[in-house]
Structure formats: structure tokens, C-alpha cells
Design a protein around this ligand. Structure first.
Ligand SMILES: Nc1ncnc2c1ncn2[C@@H]1O[C@H](COP(=O)(O)OP(=O)(O)OP(=O)(O)O)[C@@H](O)[C@H]1O
Length: 230
């Protein structure tokens, strides 16, 4: 298992916002996390990435506790929100900086970015603007592209389709499918259509707990829609 979660809990005050007894994710899986507002998805991702500490329990990445070891940072890339960006840089400067952390030269980075011409839709590169001056959707594009650029073994994206126009949502699905290879992908989404299209496994969370965990098949979208229409 590339990722394992054991007895993971996060408590705020008297509220348990995440409570996951046991979850195992095999290398190469594409997992979608769905659940209503406040279900605990972002809190869970933050614990996977050691951005907040659990009240109890642990997250193991390739068997190592993410709180005690930094090795996982070499093969894990993520974009949860704009806080991951450096807003006083231009996108080019940001990509170069992220690339330099992963031994990519300026030429490697600019070569890599040519694949994103369609996804960026002419609005990101050579715009002469700082990241802070982009729309939220375009900021998301920068964050997602920077995460993919790291060619990670594990990719974690929080609501990647949110704030993107429909054309870009479809382009993102294509990108995620193309990048798949051996990558383990963990994405949260409120878009049931996209998440069932991209993911081979869906985890449904409610009040911090896993309610359902199933392999995606032709009935999954209908099942999810009926669950959420209740
Ligand atoms: N720092 C905090 N202090 C207190 N409560 C918090 C804190 N962070 C999150 N919570 C609470 O934890 C619960 C889970 O929030 P979280 O953001 O993880 O949900 P989510 O599933 O990502 O929701 P959404 O779909 O709206 O993004 C919510 O009730 C939220 O108010």
C-alpha cells in the first residue's frame, strides 16, 4: 500500500471532524473523495500532507509516518488552495521555483509548460501579471500544473474542478487521465460526473467518516446522485 490511514481522528472542540479507522490505497489507484460541505475532506487531506496534526492516529506513506519522516515529500505533489502559491511571483517565476526544488532546469520547465498551452488558454504564460492578480480559476490552473510538473507518485488535489470553466474542466480530466501512468491520485470533488469519470474508486464521507468505499462502474454515478438527492 502506498498510503495507509490508521485510526485517524481530528477533533475541534467537542466536534470530531475526521474519524477514519482504516483506509488503504494501493499504488496507481485514482481515488475520488466525495461528501457534502463540512464532511472533513480538506481536513483529511491536510493531515495526509502533515499540514495539520491529527488528534489521534497516523498516516503512513510507503509505510513511513508522514509526521516523522520527510521522504514522502520527494514523491508527493499537491494543490489544496491558493495558499500553495507564491502570489508575488509571476506564473513563470513560480514554475521555475517549484521546478528548481525538483531538479528541473529553466529549460526543462519551459519545455514542460508547452504541453499546457491548451489548458492555460493563453491566459497564464507571458501575461506580465503576478499570481495574485489572476482570477481564482486561473490561480487554480497554475497550482494544478505546478503539482503535475513534479511528476509525482502521489498527487493530491482538493476540488480541482471548482472555479474552472466547463472547457477547462474537460481539459483537466484529459490531463489527469494522460498523466496517470503509475501515479496514485487522490482528489476531492463536488462534481459527481467528473469524479466518477476520472476515478476508479470513490470514497464517500459524511461527518468525517467513510460511509461508502467502492470501485467505480457504470452504476456509480446514479448511486451517488441518489445518495446526494436524499
Ligand atoms: N481550524 C478549525 N477550527 C475549528 N473547526 C474547523 C477547523 N477547520 C475545519 N473545521 C471544521 O471541520 C469540519 C470539516 O471541514 P472541512 O473543511 O475539512 O470540510 P470539507 O469536506 O473540506 O468541506 P467543503 O466541501 O465545504 O470544502 C467543518 O465543520 C469545519 O467547520
Amino acid at each position: 500500500m502506498i498510503l495507509e490511514v490508521k485510526n485517524l481522528q481530528k477533533v475541534y472542540g467537542d466536534k470530531t471532524v475526521v474519524n477514519i479507522q482504516d483506509l488503504q490505497i494501493a499504488a496507481g489507484e485514482t481515488v475520488g473523495l466525495v461528501g457534502n460541505n463540512g464532511a472533513g475532506k480538506t481536513t483529511f487531506f491536510r493531515m495526509l500532507l502533515d499540514l495539520i496534526r491529527p488528534t489521534q492516529g497516523e498516516v503512513l506513506s510507503k509505510g513511513q509516518n508522514v509526521m516523522q519522516n520527510d521522504e514522502w515529500k520527494n514523491y508527493t505533489a499537491s494543490f489544496l488552495d491558493e495558499g500553495f502559491l507564491i502570489d508575488y511571483l509571476t506564473p513563470e517565476e513560480y514554475f521555475t521555483f517549484i521546478g528548481s526544488l525538483h531538479n528541473l532546469s529553466v529549460a526543462d520547465v519551459s519545455d514542460y509548460l508547452t504541453q499546457y498551452t491548451e489548458f492555460f488558454n493563453g491566459e497564464i504564460i507571458n501575461s506580465g501579471k503576478y499570481i495574485r492578480d489572476f482570477s481564482k480559476g486561473n490561480q487554480n490552473k497554475v497550482g494544478i500544473a505546478a503539482a503535475l510538473m513534479q511528476n509525482p507518485e502521489i498527487l493530491i488535489l482538493d476540488e480541482p474542478f471548482a472555479n474552472l470553466d466547463p472547457t477547462t474542466q474537460i481539459r483537466l480530466k484529459k490531463l489527469l487521465k494522460e498523466h496517470k501512468g503509475n501515479m496514485t491520485t487522490f482528489i476531492s470533488s463536488h462534481d459527481l460526473n467528473h469524479v466518477t469519470d476520472v476515478c476508479s474508486r470513490i470514497i464517500l464521507v459524511e461527518k468525517g467518516q467513510i460511509i461508502k468505499d467502492f470501485k467505480t462502474d457504470e452504476n456509480t454515478l446514479k448511486e451517488l446522485e441518489s445518495y446526494f438527492s436524499a
